[in-house]
Ligand binder design. Structure first.
Ligand SMILES: NC(=O)c1ccc[n+]([C@@H]2O[C@H](COP(=O)([O-])OP(=O)(O)OC[C@H]3O[C@@H](n4cnc5c(N)ncnc54)[C@H](O)[C@@H]3O)[C@@H](O)[C@H]2O)c1
Length: 436
């Protein structure tokens, strides 16, 4: 099929590459000239395992191209995916300006009957708005709007899109359903489940999934607070809970909380939607409160250990919002960095992929080129993002380099027994501290 993807960010670029890999002819368009220049030079503007290789393979194979020209991108498209950003407003509502602008582009440049598929995460009711924009802009043309929420995880996005657990399509016309069945036929033929609903159900289900996953994380952070007070071990509690198939082990890791461009903003947008619909869904705000608290707890722990933070050097390992991505949007690690800097500490950060983004977001943060360098002369090391690389660090060397052998593990990355053997005072999250 001839497919156009509007917005070549974290979702759009992966969508372009994987739909081309499924055999479609794909054009990606973005309003950001620099981004398209970078992509055209064969580089992904962000770190996503396997993406650059796949994208370049599909470009060389002739199935994938990129442009900034909407006329060229949209005219011949059978399906247009909207993958633009839906950032939060100060009220918590999702800003849908980019979605409306993208819909206008489709209305202006479509030359044949076209299916417009929302992939961006949007509040229930948005597709009806998109439909209205298309009708107002070009009443005589045939448009079919549908919702096709994206469930990829940054850091696993290519894999997730080539082997999804399920695909969700909400539509109100057979034409839209039929087009989306054809788009995903190479996957459904291999047994991937395609769930079909009405449009507002699909839109709402995406928010419901993200809010639920955020709730699991915050629930465990609440349990971690209890474990810390009771002398219990949250990791073992998670194992017990996770061995129950009704609960499932994933997203039960206590730590400094969730971040990124999905959970925080989607939770706020879902809460705002609930209020607009006349329902006070207070649980969602409690989930967000527990998430903020998780960072406060780690900051308070560091202060309790080091007393005054002025003239203290704190090493911060991991700056991206989660491992295997360079994305630092709403990263808990950077929120923590800001707090520690505000208290007067010198914070030296290290991350395998997110150094440039982190410096951009928090200019006062000092950066190191490897984990040991960040820890040289440090009074305390805080693990903020659980990159595998940190598990390979020589603990004896680390201890030698630090002024105080103190590790605050905001992700429960390390084995407490190994930290004890290496001579560290070790402060995990929701597990007993080892003070030596
Ligand atoms: N990042 C994720 O893990 C993820 C996962 C699932 C869903 N989502 C949702 O997908 C959407 C996109 O997220 P993202 O992380 O890819 O955002 P992003 O900021 O990385 O990408 C959005 C892109 O859209 C472009 N854009 C904006 N307006 C445009 C226009 N009128 N024409 C052309 N391009 C335009 C921007 O320049 C940018 O490159 C959001 O709604 C997000 O909630 C994100």
């Amino acid at each position: 099929m001839r497919i156009t993807v509007i917005g070549t960010g974290h979702v759009g670029l992966v969508t372009c590459a994987t739909l081309a890999a499924l055999g479609h002819d794909v054009v990606g368009i973005d309003s950001d000239d620099e981004k398209i220049k970078t992509i055209r030079s064969g580089r992904s503007p962000f770190h996503e395992p396997g993406l650059e290789e796949l994208m370049n393979r599909e470009v060389s194979g002739g199935r994938l191209s990129f442009t900034t020209d909407p006329a060229e991108a949209i005219a011949e498209a059978e399906v247009v995916f909207l993958c633009v950003g839906t950032p939060p407003k100060t009220s918590g509502e999702a800003s849908l300006v980019a979605v409306e602008n993208a819909a206008r582009l489709v209305a202006k440049h479509a030359s044949r009957s076209v299916v417009v598929a929302e992939k961006s995460t949007v509040p229930a009711g948005t597709a009806q708005r998109v439909k209205r924009v298309l009708e107002l802009e070009r009443s005589a043309h045939e448009f079919h709007v549908c919702s096709n929420p994206e469930f990829l995880r940054e850091g696993h996005a290519v894999e997730d899109n080539l082997h999804p657990e399920r695909i969700l399509v909400g539509a109100e016309s057979d034409v839209a359903f039929e087009a989306m069945r054809r788009v995903y036929e190479p996957l459904t033929a291999k047994g991937v489940r395609l769930i079909e609903t009405d449009i507002q159900t699909a839109e709402l289900a995406k928010h419901a999934c993200n809010a639920f996953l955020a709730m699991k994380i915050s629930y465990m952070n609440g349990i971690a607070r209890l474990c810390e007070r009771a002398g219990a071990d949250v990791v073992q509690v998670a194992e017990v809970m996770g061995s129950d198939s009704r609960i499932a082990r994933e997203f039960l890791n206590a730590g400094i909380g969730y971040g990124g461009f999905c959970f925080p903003k989607d939770l706020a947008a879902f809460d705002a939607l609930a209020r607009q619909l006349g329902y006070d869904f207070g649980l969602l705000r409690e989930v967000a409160r527990l998430n903020d608290e998780a960072i406060e707890v780690v900051a308070a722990k560091v202060k309790e250990i080091l007393w005054n933070l002025e003239e203290k050097h704190i090493a911060l390992w991991g700056l991206s919002f989660k491992p295997n991505t360079s994305d630092t949007r709403l990263s808990p690690a950077l929120k923590l960095a800001r707090k520690l800097l505000d208290e007067g500490a010198r914070v030296v950060g290290y991350d395998p992929e997110a150094l440039a983004n982190a410096k951009n977001d928090v200019p006062d943060l000092e950066l190191a080129n490897d984990p040991l360098d960040a820890a040289r002369g440090a009074h305390c090391l805080v693990v903020a993002t659980e990159w595998d690389e940190f598990l390979g660090v020589d603990l004896a060397k680390l201890k030698e380099l630090m002024v105080y052998p103190v590790v605050v593990d905001g992700r429960n990355l390390f084995d407490p027994a190994a930290m004890k053997d290496a001579g560290f005072s070790y402060y995990p999250t929701g597990r007993p501290a080892i003070i030596q």
